[in-house]
Design a protein around this ligand. Structure first.
Ligand SMILES: O=C(O)CCC(=O)C(=O)O
Ligand SMILES: [Fe+2]
Length: 366
């Protein structure tokens, strides 16, 4: 009776989106059982504990430049994730942004539901973003997201957000613009191609911000906060509260998926991870690592803000591929060149896992 089951799931999904109040709406309404549209078919559950203690590397921006570059190089080549400390973004700016995101998601239902939209975001949209279809994955994550697009072009009209929230998110994005330029320079130096090279090649911009809210769940082991994925960005900067739940997949050394390990939040740090576009541009020098979010708490909601730094050059004529300096006789180009629209369409077709860049891989066997 697959057809009946599918019909029920589609109907349940439609009813959920029509409520326009996200997962938090369910929790607020006192629901005790997790609806099946959130349940993972696959076992074991994503909650399965990490077996190895593993510390995400830290990069200290107050060290002499060459030491910082060495830390970035080591972290971006091994783990693909690193905490940045002494980053120069005032702690108050980061904390206010995380509080503002929480405030948005914890507003009364009517205020949130006015912004509920599943459409690609122009300036501001709020929704539970469905998972891309993937075998064994539930249709919905246990997560609500406020998406804010800051560019290109004029500053967005954030007038639909509460005033305090507008100011805090805008201030955070402004502060991270400087930080993003600094990070692009460090990553460029880490690749040995000169401070300005990444900026010149692609114009690095942090325009897309996603403010996630992971409500508490009475059956946390049965839901997925964020399904495993790699980021499509050059790099992503994440601010989070102290609840935890982010996990990264360690490399098993053979290019395959290793075990999941917890990324414990570090007070005052910003977390940076390498995305698929930078992996390609670096000709596989840097790693774009799979990550996911599990729900840790039956009491506390978790809040995180991801800012995606992407190439601003994204026309049909702007080609990306491994930087010529990183292609040698010993290390030929691992990928063919492609445009950002081509890459995004591959991601839609292949889901958000690492397979979306595989199709640009050049076969090295001939
Ligand atoms: O909430 C998090 O910690 C991670 C979110 C994430 O991976 C993303 O938005 O791409
Ligand atoms: Fe991500």
């Amino acid at each position: 009776m697959a057809a009946t089951k599918d019909y029920d799931a589609a109907a349940a999904l439609a009813v959920f989106h029509e409520s326009r109040t996200g997962v938090r709406g369910l929790v607020e309404s006192g629901a005790t059982a997790v609806p099946s549209i959130f349940l993972t078919a696959a076992t074991p559950s994503p909650q399965s504990p990490a077996t190895t203690a593993f510390a995400i590397p830290a990069v200290d921006l107050s060290l002499p430049r060459s030491d910082t570059v060495a830390l970035v190089r080591a972290a971006a080549r091994s783990c693909g994730f690193f905490h940045v400390i002494n980053h120069g973004v005032p702690a108050g700016v980061v904390d206010s942004a995380v509080s503002a995101a929480r405030e948005f998601h914890e507003q009364p239902r009517a205020a949130r539901s006015a912004l509920y939209s599943l459409e690609p975001v122009r300036a501001v949209a709020y929704s539970t973003i469905p998972n891309a279809p993937q075998k064994g994955a539930p249709p919905l994550p246990w997560r609500d997201t406020l998406r804010v697009r800051f560019g290109p072009g004029e500053a967005p009209d954030l007038g639909c957000l509460p005033a305090a929230c507008q100011d805090a998110l805008q201030e955070y994005q402004r502060s991270l613009t400087e930080f993003g330029k600094e990070m692009a320079g460090l990553l460029s130096e880490a690749l040995g191609v000169g401070t300005e090279r990444l900026e010149q090649a692609m114009q690095v911009e942090g325009w897309l911000m996603v403010c996630h809210y992971y409500p508490p769940c009475l059956e946390p082991a049965r839901v997925v906060g964020s399904l495993e994925h790699t980021d499509p960005s050059l790099f992503t900067v994440l601010a989070q509260d102290g609840v935890g739940g982010l996990q990264v997949r360690r490399d098993d050394g053979n290019g395959g998926g290793g075990e999941w390990v917890d990324v414990a939040p570090v007070t005052g740090a910003l977390l940076v991870n390498i995305g698929d576009v930078l992996k390609v541009v670096s000709n596989d020098e840097l790693k774009s690592v799979e990550h996911r979010v599990v729900i840790k708490s039956a009491q506390d909601a978790r809040v995180s803000i991801a800012l995606f730094f992407n190439p601003a050059k994204r026309d049909k004529s702007d080609l990306f591929g491994p930087l010529p300096e990183l292609v040698t006789a010993e290390k030929p180009a691992r990928y063919r060149s492609f445009t950002v629209p081509e890459f995004m369409s591959s991601r839609r077709d292949h889901g958000h896992s690492r397979s979306s860049i595989e199709q640009f891989k050049v076969s090295l066997s001939q």
